[in-house]
Design a protein around this ligand. Structure first.
Ligand SMILES: Cc1cc2nc3c(=O)[nH]c(=O)nc-3n(C[C@H](O)[C@H](O)[C@H](O)COP(=O)(O)OP(=O)(O)OC[C@H]3O[C@@H](n4cnc5c(N)ncnc54)[C@H](O)[C@@H]3O)c2cc1C
Length: 461
């Protein structure tokens, strides 16, 4: 059983600081306060120090320092993980935020991306060549955690999950050794990196396959919440047959004062049909018509847009620093009883900022065999994310309760496991983020590549 971090004595921080090209931040530094905080304002932890790694050598040195000082580590990529996996009270944080370089090889259609980049960094670099790869629905999500957890997004049904486009990872293991993992070298590790949700080493550089993606036809169509039953029934019929170039989402939300909505709708609970067609933009206008036309919309904003611009469209709905708690469930079907369980809860949230996102998979995601990567349940046709969100601390308990109640209400219709990227807390991640076969394989990999558990999300003992 591994020993925990020994924080009864101060590690020789000045030794680490003197060797890093990036800065070492200690409690009291102004920048420390900024970097210890992650996207979810409900996470309030104080690591003993933060190593702002400037490059792979910094990562390597910081990891060796931890091993020699019996210190656990966390890795901060984009800091978006809702359970706050990037920060612990008893672990040195390796902050990769300044390792955000993206090199594009347009001829080979490859992007080499440093481990701390955000999706907006990748999109900006690849889109100038008319190329892209699957990234998150929000552009400020980190490439690192997102990819290690699988990575769903607007392009997934045409291009696959992020992990299906991952060709290689440059890594530093928990003992400080550097290696490259791909299909031919350390293939076991490469399997676990693709959907295993981290904890196998620090990825300093990801290499992704790119696809031709320029303009997309995309938009949102907003309906009164009374249309929810019709929209969900239409969604379940249409999406299994939808072309790969189309990804659709139904979002239960509270209407912001958008210029294309009548004033009477502002602040009301609504359902938004959001979609992205990444095929020929000229053919996009009717792509979501079967769902779009099943009810009378309140307003819409649709048209041709550069992919990278569409990719940033939802950023304002996810402000950093607010309080969040999420859960997620996967479904084989959306039947009437499941719709009856979902709609009233989605229509009456504990806070107006709370949302419910109804997604489909299929397409290229479902064509990869289930055991090819550690991402379990890629064959699930539907998943639902319940997004607890408030900016008022006094409402957070109620929001938490709403999310857990929602999860319980959907449980009779759902598969037992969940996608790791949307697990709202550590217990869910440990117990439910993978099917039992993947879970056992991942445990064996972690025991082999990090036997002392220095990178494990929670330390035993
Ligand atoms: C607003 C928002 C939108 C989102 N949208 C999507 C979406 O569309 N699709 C989707 O699949 N997920 C989505 N997510 C979930 C997101 O992918 C996960 O929360 C993911 O863990 C975030 O990665 P990060 O690097 O930003 O987070 P962090 O909190 O920095 O890291 C998360 C975990 O990954 C590890 N990690 C990060 N980088 C590295 C690295 N380079 N090497 C080794 N370990 C690393 C960390 O140690 C930590 O355990 C979204 C999250 C948010 C907050």
């Amino acid at each position: 059983m591994p020993a925990g971090s020994d924080l009864s004595r101060q590690p020789p921080w000045q030794v680490l600081a003197s060797r890093l090209r990036g800065r070492l931040l200690l409690p009291g530094d102004r920048e420390y306060e900024q970097r210890r905080r992650v996207w979810n304002g409900a996470i309030d932890r104080h690591p003993p120090a933060i190593a702002r790694c400037a490059d792979a050598e910094d990562v390597c040195y910081a990891v060796k320092f931890c091993a020699s000082e019996y210190l656990a580590m966390t890795v901060r990529g984009g800091g978006h993980n809702v359970a706050g996996l990037a920060v612990r009270d008893d672990a040195l944080m390796l902050d990769l935020g300044i390792m955000n370089r993206v090199d594009v090889d347009p001829t080979a259609r490859l992007a080499h991306v440093e481990g701390g980049a955000l999706w907006r960094d990748v999109d900006a670099a690849t889109q100038s060549f008319g190329l892209a790869t699957t990234g998150g629905f929000v552009s400020t999500t980190g490439v690192g955690g997102y990819t290690l957890g699988g990575g769903v997004g607007w392009l997934m049904r045409r291009c696959g999950l992020a992990i299906d486009n991952l060709l290689e990872a440059h890594m530093v293991l928990a003992d400080g050794r550097s290696l490259v993992a791909n299909e031919n070298q350390h293939a076991d590790l490469f399997w676990g990196l693709r959907g295993g949700a981290g904890g196998l080493g620090v990825v300093t550089r990801f290499t992704y396959r790119l696809h031709a993606v320029g303009d997309v036809y995309a938009g949102v169509v907003i309906y009164p919440v009374d249309a929810a039953h019709d929209l969900l029934r239409s969604f379940r019929t249409f999406t299994p047959e939808a072309p790969d170039a189309l990804t659709v989402m139904l979002v239960f939300t509270t209407a912001p004062p958008l210029p294309f909505l009548p004033e009477g709708a502002h602040g009301k609970r609504v359902v938004a049909l959001a979609y992205c067609w990444s095929g020929d933009p000229a053919l996009g206008a009717g792509a979501a018509a079967p769902i779009r036309e099943c009810a009378e919309p309140l307003g819409s904003h649709e048209g041709v847009a550069p992919y990278a611009a569409w990719q940033q469209g939802f950023d304002p709905s996810a402000p950093a620093g607010d309080l969040y708690y999420w859960t997620t469930s996967q479904f084989d079907a959306i039947d009437d009883a499941m719709i009856d369980a979902l709609v009233p809860r989605a229509a009456e949230p504990a806070d107006p900022f709370c949302e419910v996102h109804v997604h489909h998979l299929g397409g290229a995601v479902a064509r990869v065999t289930g055991d090819a990567t550690a991402f379990s349940h890629r064959d699930a046709p539907f998943f639902v994310n319940v997004i607890g969100h408030t900016n008022a601390a006094e409402r957070f308990d109620a929001v938490h309760g709403w999310v857990r109640g929602f999860r319980g209400a959907l449980a009779p219709f759902a598969r037992a496991d969940m996608q790791p990227n949307f697990a709202g807390e550590m217990n869910d991640l440990i117990a439910h983020a993978h099917g039992s076969t993947s879970r056992a394989k991942l445990a064996a990999l972690r025991a082999h590549y990090d036997p002392d558990g220095w990178l494990a999300p929670v330390r035993a003992g």
